[in-house]
Write a protein that binds this ligand. Structure first.
Ligand code: 4AZ
Length: 320
């Protein structure tokens, strides 16, 4: 009997991930199944980083192989700021301390994880949303401040736009095409982590006003989350893609619509992938990283005072 267990992911999203190959008297009992060419992200395809140059890998600082160290994805917002998922860093467990900035590094501009070589960039601060709740996965967003800026070369390393100019009430609309990418599991039944960066064209399944996603019931919180997947072929994000981008073109500009967050299984016909709804968190992002705020599309505050809706409320409640 011959048993090999390869650990993949030091800080893995919802517990450690193991790739196990177990053979008994020459019979393979369990190994990476479904090695067909169309089994990537889940049912995506390998892409070059130039197709999604905002994608970065989040790696554990204590592991030298990027493939072993990779735990989550993230998106470049500027030379100094990365956005990812809070659940990549906050575990809500007595037995597992939350990640500190010194535990984490990022790798930008690479396609083949553990093969392509790029210097790691250290993180000076992890800002997880203070109301992230591991039980419900609500507010699953974190900002990483980089210790040294990433060199944005415009082809392999490029910032993605935040949806400052989109209406949160209508964007992204149902059926909007979107691209999800990452080095996460490519199999919905086994552990099969790729070297190649994978991407899939999927669809936004819930308009901002829709309250239901698949069979999640009350687990889906429509103001904080959005649902996206390709349900016919079964394209979806999976473990290890967490924190990575759901990117959509808005008026010709690639814009961050969602952050890979959670789901029950992967490419499960009843349970689409669930993403953090980025439009909900623009103010929070702007508070921590004011240089990311697009002034042109910020809410006007006439007279330099309160925003209009607060002025209105103040007027209504004022004593005559
Ligand atoms: C995870 O475990 C995870 N199918 C991420 C995305 C999805 C499922 C699980 C979506 O991090």
């Amino acid at each position: 009997m011959n048993l090999t267990v390869t650990q993949k992911g030091w800080i893995a999203t919802l517990g450690f991930v193991f790739t196990a190959t177990l053979s008994l008297s020459g019979h393979v009992v369990a190994q990476s199944a479904n090695d067909s060419d169309d089994t990537r992200i889940i049912n995506g395809k390998p892409v070059n980083i130039t197709a999604v140059p905002w994608q970065i890998a989040i790696v554990g600082a204590y592991y030298s192989s990027d493939w072993v160290a990779q735990s989550c994805g993230g998106s470049i917002l500027s030379a100094n700021w990365i956005v990812s998922a809070a659940h990549c860093f906050v575990f809500g467990s007595d037995y597992r301390p939350d990640a500190e900035a010194s535990d984490v590094e990022i790798v930008a501009g690479i396609t083949k994880l553990g093969v392509d070589v790029a210097p790691r960039i250290q993180v000076s601060e992890i800002i997880s949303h203070p109301d992230y709740d591991p039980a419900s996965t609500k507010n699953d967003i974190a900002l990483l401040k980089l210790a040294t800026p990433v060199n944005l070369d415009g082809s392999t390393k490029k910032a993605i736009a935040l949806p400052w100019s989109q209406s949160a009430a209508s964007w992204p609309a149902k059926n909007t095409p979107a691209t999800v990418s990452g080095w996460g599991n490519t199999s919905s039944t086994e552990s099969d982590y790729p070297i190649d960066l994978m991407a899939a064209e999927i669809d936004v399944l819930t308009s901002p006003s829709e309250t239901q996603c698949g069979a999640y019931g009350d687990m889906y919180l429509p103001e904080l989350m959005l649902c996206a997947a390709e349900m016919t072929v079964g394209k979806d994000a999976c473990q290890g893609d967490s924190g990575g981008p759901l990117a959509s073109q808005a008026s010709g500009t690639w814009t961050l619509a969602g952050i890979v967050s959670w789901g029950i299984g992967c490419a499960n016909p009843e349970y689409p992938g669930v993403y953090t709804r980025v439009t909900t968190y623009l103010d929070w992002i702007g508070q921590h990283a004011p240089e990311l705020v697009d002034e042109e599309n910020e809410e006007e505050t006439p007279g330099g005072g309160l925003p209009i809706w607060l002025l209105y409320e103040a007027t209504q409640s004022a004593e005559p």
